[in-house]
Design a binder for this molecule. Structure first.
Ligand code: DPP
Ligand code: ZN
Length: 869
């Protein structure tokens, strides 16, 4: 296997000025004729040979400037084609044959339920034709699609449609994209689709045609996505001054898709799960996901397409920035506090775990075997946190000027993370060299914070020590620049902050830049409670020994939603860890119950969406990450027990909440969604009590719900309690009967069963894998059954027998034969073996070792070999 290194980056030897492609779609195979206008790169060393990427292609013919090439003129390997002795400037004509029907990897051109579609990021275009398939080669594309007349109603590619004609029984559609782009943004779709149309008029007054294409059966599920798209277009104009550039913006929904969606220029291709939505069949969480992903892909038009990445090590340049943009878009349209909590939760329960494991890598990695393995929470979510920190360091006005500069300076180019940061430096005049370590250094910084109060001097001092644990290949870590936003609370509320004689208001950002530093606050009249890392101002772990009463004060009074939630998480964590460690827990439990009682009793005066988040116990994965060697059984048991105890002790408040929120749940407004989320959490808690009254409540809600959020929450509550017996079975059957024709809902039906926190779930999983509605070639089905089971069913995945570990390894060996990207992704839970006590770690390693005996794709090989190192 070959490793690619950032340090080996070289500019391309050749550039492709124009790319002209003709696709002849036939049943069983597709012929691709390409005509590439190629020039030597004036900035590069002079090679005589042109080396193109190409994989799994059948070469039919090859010509340079219309002279056919013979066997001695070129050479083909499984990855490349080398054309010898080419001129300075020439036209390469190449005919290849490919087999989309046989393409189960879903990379390149493939078929998904009868339609043709493409997925080229990162390196899929080389499975379509020979090309310089690298993001720093940007070319103007023209695409002609030819098929039997009447075979497809819809034949699409990037840009504008130049003509659509019929000749000699063939339909010929001709597309032209005037914007230069790298090959990973190429797209083609052909199928029998229907289309929802709308228009958007841009800030400069241009009319843009908006189209969302789906199969006919889904035509009623595009309206929300269309509204979201217009909202996103508007938001990007107002927030970043970015206007859409083509006359037409198209989205196509596809059932078989490895990712969530893809930002191909002018022709986004979406996983159906990220675009289709209808109140009857879609949960609130899924609505919000649709809005977010529509925003994300649309925002890529500037952050990714107009300005792209020089090489794949810079992936976070577009993904980190675009995730930050979509996260702010969601915060502006929904609850900002809740969005921040959701983001922080992903970072903590998933990214910190990745950072502590064998696959840890910096936001800008130094090397990879398979780039598809680097579409990670580190590149995306941690990358977004890095951009957020920059935006906060600069402040809104300077940040906007810096992004304006970035978009104008690098428009039409393929650039690096350093180029982005340089724009931030240029506008602010700040020295961001130390900050840049966030891009190159892997691992999660830990901040150990201690304090002392000097009543005589009226001084309060905070001492912050930072430390980043070693990660694979990076043992030495340097101090980072960490923006630590804080406030201080006294008995009567928030205190004024004075540092070095300067008045800082009631909230300030401390620039933590050294291994250890002490900050002294003056004129502090009482020993305060620090509110730390407000708004989750940096992706770090905080260690500060709060007293229980201090946590309660922050939970009840902090003005920062994230900190309120975080203080509640800390209180819950203390209770859970005491239980896991077998320690006395009496005072802590009383404090927790008392605090929750106060919040629930007072729910009318609270941000309901925030309160709903505050009811969630820390995830098992997060709890495991707090231990050097975690005992998964002890963690699951402690968590389940605490859920039961809280349910019992908070019964009247939970029921009160459930009943009073009943009238507020109609429609898709933010308050209605918030009411549903609190009400359904209350229901889930109540079902932990073995009492027929609560099961009847759930049954009734299931039967009467007029929206999917409530219906599914009731189903989930029933299926996830051990006591519902035949009631749960009947609900499951009824749900399947009702929704068997809605693929996305059937996926939820799979998911709710495999995440059941009791009984022999592995057996249920095996049964579902044989269910008629399961399809091992469809990534959404794999996610609904296998990924949901292994990622979201901690207790069953970590069953002492180790059977679930081996089950996952066996599944991966099989899936890898068809779809390496999916297989590698599904492997993640096994890579966390180092987190667990030997009894489990050994079994997890054994499962990984069994995989390493198989013939593996480089995707899976990279993850397995790094995990076993
Ligand atoms: N489709 C993926 C995304 O939008 C990769 N670019 O993040
Ligand atoms: Zn993206």
């Amino acid at each position: 296997t070959t490793v690619t290194y950032l340090a080996d980056y070289r500019a391309p030897e050749f550039l492709i000025e124009k790319t002209h492609l003709t696709f002849k779609l036939h049943e069983g195979y597709t012929d691709v004729n390409s005509q590439l206008t190629i020039v030597r790169n004036p900035h590069s060393t002079h090679a005589d040979h042109l080396v193109l990427h190409g994989e799994q292609l059948e070469l039919l013919s090859l010509a340079v400037d219309e002279h056919p090439l013979g066997a001695g003129d070129y050479q083909i390997t499984p990855q490349n084609m080398t054309v010898h002795n080419v001129p300075e400037h020439f036209i390469l004509q190449c005919k290849t044959r490919i087999y989309p029907e046989k393409n189960t990897a879903l990379e390149g051109l493939y078929r998904s339920s009868g339609m043709y579609c493409t997925q080229c990021e990162a390196e899929g275009f080389r499975k379509i034709t020979y090309y310089l398939d690298r993001p720093d080669v940007m070319s103007e594309f023209e695409t002609v699609i030819i098929a039997e007349e009447g075979a497809f109603s819809t034949m699409l590619s990037n840009g504008n449609c130049l003509s659509d004609t019929v000749y000699a029984g063939k339909r010929i559609v001709h597309w032209h994209d005037p914007f230069k782009k790298p090959s990973y943004l190429f797209a083609l779709v052909a199928g029998n689709l229907v289309c929802l149309e709308d228009h958007f008029s841009t800030q400069s007054g241009r009319q843009v045609l908006l189209q969302i294409y789906t199969e006919a059966k889904d035509s009623d599920k595009c309206h929300f996505a269309m509204r979201s798209l217009k909202k996103a277009m508007c938001w990007d104009e107002q927030t970043y001054g970015r206007e859409y550039d083509l006359d037409r913006f198209m989205i196509v929904a596809v059932d078989d898709f490895n990712m969530g969606a893809m930002e191909n220029k002018g022709l986004n291709i979406f996983n159906t799960s990220c675009v289709l939505a209808h109140p009857a069949s879609t949960t609130d969480a899924a609505f919000q996901r649709v809005e977010r992903v529509i925003g994300h892909e649309y925002f890529h038009n500037w952050s990714g397409n107009r300005i792209t990445c020089r090489d794949w090590f810079q992936l976070s340049l577009k993904e980190g920035l675009t995730v930050y943009r979509d996260s702010e878009f969601s915060a502006d349209t929904n609850s900002r506090a809740v969005k921040r909590i959701e983001d922080a939760n992903v970072i903590r329960s998933v990214q910190f775990v990745e950072d502590a494991g064998p696959m840890a890598h910096p936001v800008r990695p130094d090397s990879y075997i398979e780039i598809s393995n680097f579409y990670t929470v580190t590149i995306y979510e941690k990358g977004a946190e890095v951009v957020r920190m920059l935006a906060n360091i600069l402040g809104p006005e300077q940040y906007r000027r810096a992004t304006d500069l970035y978009f104008s300076r690098f428009d039409g180019q393929a650039v690096t993370c350093d180029d982005f940061v340089q724009c931030m430096e240029a506008v602010s005049g700040k020295d961001l060299r130390q900050f840049c370590l966030w891009y190159s250094q892997a691992g999660t910084p830990q901040l150990h914070i201690s304090d002392s109060y000097d009543a005589a001097r009226q001084q309060y001092s905070l001492t912050v020590r930072q430390h980043t644990p070693a990660t694979p290949g990076q043992t030495e870590k340097q101090a980072l620049h960490i923006p630590l936003k804080i406030a201080l609370y006294g008995s009567k509320g928030v205190l004024a902050l004075v540092i070095d004689g300067q008045n800082k208001g009631t909230e300030t950002v401390l620039d933590i830049c050294q291994d250890q530093q002490t900050i002294i606050f003056e004129q502090v009249a009482e020993n305060p409670v620090p509110s730390l890392l407000r708004g989750f101002s940096a992706p770090v772990k905080i260690f500060y020994a709060y007293q229980l009463a201090q946590l309660q004060q922050l939970i009840l009074l902090d003005s920062d939603g994230f900190c309120r939630w975080d203080a509640m998480q800390s209180l819950m964590r203390i209770v859970l860890c005491n239980a896991i460690d077998g320690k006395d827990n009496h005072a802590e439990q009383i404090m927790l119950v008392d605090t929750l009682k106060q919040l629930l009793a007072d729910h009318a005066s609270m941000d309901v969406a925030l309160l709903a988040c505050m009811l969630d116990l820390p995830s098992e994965q997060y709890l495991a990450s707090l231990y050097d060697k975690a005992n998964p059984t002890a963690i699951s048991q402690a968590r389940t027990q605490l859920q039961q105890q809280l349910a019992i002790q908070l019964q009247p408040e939970l029921l009160g909440c459930y009943q009073t929120l009943q009238d507020k749940i109609q429609g898709l407004s933010a308050p209605a969604m918030a009411a549903r989320s609190l009400r359904n959490r209350a229901l889930a808690y109540l079902l932990h009590i073995n009492d027929a009254r609560y099961r009847n409540l759930a049954q009734l809600q299931f039967a009467q719900a007029n929206n999917m959020t409530d219906q599914f929450a009731a189903l989930r509550a029933l299926v996830h309690t051990e006591h519902a017996g035949s009631t749960a079975q009947e609900a499951l059957q009824a749900f399947y009967q009702q929704w068997q024709h809605e693929t996305l809902v059937v996926n939820m039906w799979f998911q709710v069963q495999v995440t059941r926190p009791w009984g022999n779930v592995l057996q249920a999983v095996h049964k579902l894998l044989n269910h008629a509605a399961f399809d091992a070639r469809n990534p959404n089905k794999l996610r609904a059954v296998i990924a949901a089971f292994t990622n979201q069913n901690f207790a069953s995945f970590h069953d002492r027998s180790g059977k679930a570990y081996q089950f996952l390894a066996d599944q991966i060996a099989d899936i890898d034969q068809r779809n390496p990207q999916m297989a590698a992704r599904l492997l993640t839970p096994l890579t966390h073996w180092h987190q667990f006590i030997d009894e489990h770690a050994i079994l997890m390693r054994k499962a990984l070792e069994s995989l390493s005996q198989c013939e593996l794709s480089k995707d899976v090989y990279e993850v397995v070999s790094k995990s076993l190192m």
